[in-house]
Structure formats: C-alpha cells, structure tokens
Design a protein. Structure first.
Length: 164
C-alpha cells in the first residue's frame, strides 16, 4: 500500500495522533514502515487475502508485524525495551484507529503482545527463522469465541475462525 493512499484514509484527529507518535521517536519511523511493508509482503505471499480475515493467518500477521517492528527498531536503538515499547505504541494506536469489533481488537492485541514477547528470544535471527517459528506456533493457535478466552491462552496465538 502506498503511503499517500494510506494517509487519505485517516481523518484529522487520526493524523494528529499518528504525528504525535512519530514525533516521539522519528528515527523509528522508517524501520517501522519497512517492517510493515515486509510483513504485508510475507503474509500476501504465504496466505493471500486470508491474513485480512480473523483466522490463523491474521494471528500470524499480527505477531510477525510486532516482531519485525521490534527487530528493525532494535537494529537502530540497540535497546530491547525501547523497541518493544515503540512496537506496542504503534500497534496499540493501530488497533485504536482500526474499526474492529471488541473481540477482534482483543484478539489482535493478544497476538501483538505475543509477537513482542517472541522478539526477546528471536531478536538476532533471520526473517526466515522467524517465519518458521511463527508457522510452528500458528499450528498450535487456539480458537476463541468469547473475548474472555484470550486470558485462557496467555502463551498461545489466538484466532476467531478456522478458514485456513
């Protein structure tokens, strides 16, 4: 997706929020955009349009996105906590601005958190190793039907339906 078409989707308040985040750490903007683009390319290649739904492919995408944001900003900062906090701010803002149902938002936030947690052990591995790791974890992902179930699967990726 082109930056210009992405920006056009936001209203003034949303652009203001995004700008406020960008000002907090401008050196992380390009690594974040690179991570976002790479995430979409990988997910398009592996899952086609399925990663835009709420199944296992979507869980994979959210974990990968957070992990890659952490990894790419870590290359710049050399500070694990700073990279994790940045990824949380970016992806939490995304969820706040995205028009999702409550359960979809809970699922995304859960999988985002796991992606950041996975970063701690995968920060120095290749993208291919990350993909393999996440694909193994996606096989063990748990189907949830209620928002409260995310707490039952603290260490597992979660999804809403199985279309994969």
């Amino acid at each position: 997706m082109k930056i210009r078409s992405l920006i056009r989707r936001f209203n003034f308040w949303q652009l203001f929020k995004i700008a406020g985040l960008a000002i907090q750490n401008p050196s992380f903007i390009f690594p974040t955009l690179k991570a976002t683009k790479k995430t979409m390319l990988i997910c398009d290649s592996l899952y086609g349009n399925a990663h835009n739904k709420n199944g296992k492919a979507n869980a994979f995408r959210h974990a990968l996105w957070n992990l890659l944001i952490c990894q790419k900003t870590f290359m710049r900062s050399k500070n694990e906590e700073k990279s994790i906090l940045w990824a949380k701010k970016v992806t939490d803002l995304h969820e706040k601005l995205a028009p999702n149902k409550t359960i979809e938002k809970a699922m995304d936030l859960h999988n985002n958190r796991l992606g950041r947690a996975y970063f701690r052990e995968l920060k120095n591995v290749s993208e291919q190793e990350i993909i393999i790791f996440l694909q193994e974890n996606i096989r063990k992902a748990k189907l949830i039907k209620d928002i409260t179930e995310t707490g039952n699967f603290y260490n597992d990726l979660v999804y809403l339906f199985d279309k994969s």
